[in-house]
Design a protein around this ligand. Structure first.
Ligand SMILES: [Zn+2]
Length: 263
């Protein structure tokens, strides 16, 4: 029996992670990407083969974290013995068909945390991404504000409106929230609860450019949550990151398999 208990990482133990700026609204067109195009020295890779080696099986059993004092838990990683990591992609200002092709060819699950005001103009793109991967679009607010600067009513508006629209646009209610810049307070958790959001999901690894950046240490650990953004250069950097994940002996699992919607 494999134990898959979850760990809620105390905020005080976690270092600062730089967050790449939100992507500008640039749509890219062009050739179907080949992994390694970020560098002339990088070897090309077959994305289908890479994906088949990277896709994790569904977990045999899970034990999602429960609420803390009635409020959603805050997670920077998932407590698991499985040698898996999770890829989350934020904002939504860039709708790049080259990224779609990478996700399609590899078949890797990615969790979209979408900002409504930029997703609004790219609804068809993200609907396709969600349907292709089976991953539900999750909540990253309406306007990408610094949530602690807002009142409870202001934070609820940011979260409830985004969830309501995503249910309409993408066919499912979000149940995870990522506060912009990773900034939140207890009011954010109260607003999340009020809007039906059960998990505040942060990250402990980021992909700000070509290489993975770790909050602690210099390599992946089971349950790491990787943050990147829908940005114009993601098509270059995502295959490189996938190759790095494979090199480190990890697979990519679906976050919603480990943090399912509460029943
Ligand atoms: Zn963001």
């Amino acid at each position: 029996m494999i134990s898959r208990n979850f760990r809620i990482v105390a905020l005080a133990t976690v270092g600062t992670i730089l967050v790449a700026a939100c992507g500008a609204s640039v749509a890219s067109n062009g050739d179907v990407p080949e992994a390694g195009s970020a560098s002339a020295s990088a070897k090309k890779v077959n994305l289908e083969d890479l994906g088949s080696e990277l896709r994790a099986a569904r977990p045999e059993s899970i034990n999602p974290p429960s609420s803390e004092g009635g409020l959603p838990p805050v997670l920077r990683s998932i407590k698991t013995d499985d040698k898996v990591v999770f890829i989350t992609i934020d904002d939504g200002g860039t709708a790049d068909p080259k990224v779609t092709e990478i996700i399609r060819k590899t078949g890797i699950p990615v969790t979209p945390f979408m900002t409504e005001n930029v997703t609004r103009s790219n609804k068809a793109y993200f609907k396709e991404i969600s349907e292709m991967t089976g991953q539900i679009v999750q909540n990253h607010t309406v306007d990408h504000p610094q949530m602690p600067t807002l009142s409870l009513a202001g934070q609820e508006k940011q979260l409830c409106q985004a969830s309501k629209n995503y249910a309409e646009w993408f066919g499912a209610n979000p149940w995870m929230v990522r506060p912009p810049y990773g900034e939140f307070n207890d009011t954010t958790r109260e607003a999340s609860k009020a809007c039906g959001l059960s998990y505040v999901v942060l990250w402990n690894v980021s992909l700000p450019a070509a290489f993975l950046r770790y909050a602690q240490g210099d390599k992946l650990k089971p349950g790491d949550i990787i943050l990147t953004h829908w940005r114009p250069d993601l098509y270059k950097h995502l295959p490189r990151a996938l190759k790095d994940i494979k090199r480190q002996g990890f697979k990519v699992a679906a976050l919603q398999d480990y943090l399912p919607a509460p029943v």
